[in-house]
Design a protein around this ligand. Structure first.
Ligand code: TYC
Length: 113
């Protein structure tokens, strides 16, 4: 009969091959890099539009969306969310498309985490 599998441990190492907890290397893939989607303030985009966009595109609740919009309004920019690159770029494109449809100058961008 085969010996039972060793327990799963943080880091994913295999005790049968590594032997020592302190020197074990990762066996599984690394976490993919993540990117911030930054939203920028401007003087023309209506506050209600930014709140609605934070709810629909970035899945914020109404209270968090309102607070974040006000923070961007006061400080000049704010982080709408953190995502893998392809998702971050899709969110930025959605912001720009929705703003342009209504003639608003709202801008968003992707930054390294
Ligand atoms: N400053 C805008 C106004 O007073 C509101 C606003 C907030 C615009 C956040 C953009 O990312 C933004 N209507």
């Amino acid at each position: 009969m085969a010996p039972p599998d060793p327990p799963e441990l943080p880091g994913g190492g295999d005790p049968r091959r590594e032997g020592d907890v302190a020197t074990r290397t990762r066996r599984r893939v690394a976490r993919p890099p993540r990117f911030k989607v930054v939203l920028y303030n401007d003087d023309y985009t209506p506050m209600e539009f930014v709140v609605a966009l934070l709810e629909s595109v970035f899945k914020k609740g109404p209270a968090e969306a309102t607070q974040l919009m006000l923070q961007i309004h006061r400080k000049g920019s704010g982080i709408a969310g953190v995502y893998v690159l392809q998702v971050a770029e899709t969110k930025v494109a959605a912001v720009h498309r929705m703003a342009e449809e209504r003639g608003y100058p709202l801008r968003a961008g992707v930054e390294d985490e």
